[in-house]
Design a protein around this ligand. Structure first.
Ligand code: PLP
Length: 358
């Protein structure tokens, strides 16, 4: 029943396999990032069937759920851990990304107590200004990490295109590789993993411009949606419609395009503005802000336009659609990353799977 998130597992598996193949050609392994779809197990399995080398998620809740479901693949925690949660992190996760020595020390202590060795990837901020130590502090931090008990210093990583929208480049990724060499020369530590970002690095892979030495990417958006928001493109060799959201028409009427009466505030406190384009055919769908991040969905039919939404109603203009739309019909939408984030975890949106395990 709608609203329905239709999930094509064959397309997701295909996308994962394509990304893996392109990356493996350059000696780059691929972590399949599961946070964009709340780690729904059928989709996680499709990533694994496509051949990703490991899994990664930002949420401990998702990771614990995956472990409880029996997924025993290596998992990397993609949000730097909370000091208050180190026991869970070392228990459920093989590797975490980190930037605070205090936290890494606590992870090490927690791991030692359990007789474990916890792997950390030191995040380096090459300019995007989200997590990571600045390059001038990397060597000192590396030295401190090398003294920690219970910790395996696995490598260096960076993140781009998230806060600052900084694009990956041969230069900023090259910096990571240089830092790896400096750590080797000065501290005699051989780091195994150099993790060069996510989907936004794929365009460099395609062009063969990823510096030698980068040997891991953490890919979510590209595999799931076939898009690369940071570079503002759809990825031509991937499916962009593995996920579709459908919602049902509950009213269909011709109405003026400008409301009648004095204008106060809408249901979210904003003062709405309207352009008079005459009488239009409008449909109301049983879908609203409570179900999905409305700015993150786009009608599959290019001739349909979203006019607005309240908590439970989505209003669309269907005047220009070539299709004869009726009450009871389902209207399909593509999702952006933020649309998928919200739809996948909404308890009001049903999920249906097309295709299945191979
Ligand atoms: C979410 C996330 C990713 C995946 O990014 P995509 O753009 O979805 O490929 C990679 N690394 C980190 C640290 C993340 O938080």
């Amino acid at each position: 029943m709608s609203p329905l998130l239709k999930i094509d597992l064959n397309r997701i598996r295909y996308n994962a396999a394509q990304v893996k193949q392109k990356c493996h050609k350059f000696g780059i392994s691929v972590l399949g990032v599961t946070k964009g779809f709340s780690a729904i197990p059928q989709i996680v399995q499709a990533l694994l069937d496509g051949g990703v080398d490991g899994l990664a998620d930002a949420r401990m809740e998702n990771i614990i759920e995956l472990r409880n479901q029996g997924f025993c693949q290596p998992i990397t925690l993609l949000r730097i851990p909370r000091l208050s949660n180190v026991d869970n992190v070392v228990r459920y996760v093989d590797t975490s990304i980190n930037s605070e020595v205090t936290v890494m020390e606590a992870l090490g202590n927690a791991a030692e107590k359990k007789g474990l060795l916890h792997e950390i990837i030191l995040m380096v901020d090459v300019g995007d200004l989200r997590e990571g130590v600045l390059k001038e502090h990397v060597l000192d931090t590396a030295k401190e990490i090398s003294h920690l008990k219970g910790i395996k210093f696995g490598g260096l990583g960076t993140n781009m295109g998230c806060f600052g929208g900084v694009l990956p480049s041969t230069e900023n990724l090259g910096l990571l590789v240089e830092l790896q060499h400096t750590i080797d020369r000065q501290l005699n530590i051989k780091l195994q993993v150099i993790s060069g970002g996510g989907t936004s690095t794929l365009s460099l892979v395609e062009e063969g411009k990823v510096p030698v030495g980068i040997n891991q990417l953490r890919i979510g958006e590209g595999i799931l949606l076939g898009t690369d928001t940071t570079n503002h493109r759809t990825i031509p060799w991937l499916y962009a419609d593995a996920f579709l959201l459908e919602a049902e028409v509950i009213e269909l009427k011709s109405k003026p395009s400008v409301p009648i009466g004095d204008i106060g505030r809408d249901s979210f406190g904003n003062i709405p503005q309207f352009v008079d384009v005459g009488v239009r055919n409008r449909a109301i769908l049983a879908l609203g802000k409570q179900d999905v991040y409305v700015e993150g969905i786009e009608p599959l039919d290019k001739n349909i336009k979203i006019l607005g939404a309240s908590s439970d109603h989505l209003i669309i203009d269907v005047t220009d659609s070539q299709k004869q739309i009726r009450v009871g019909d389902d209207i399909a939408f593509r999702l952006s990353y933020s649309g998928l984030l919200s739809a996948s975890q909404s308890r009001y949106i049903n999920k249906a799977f097309i295709g299945g395990p191979i």
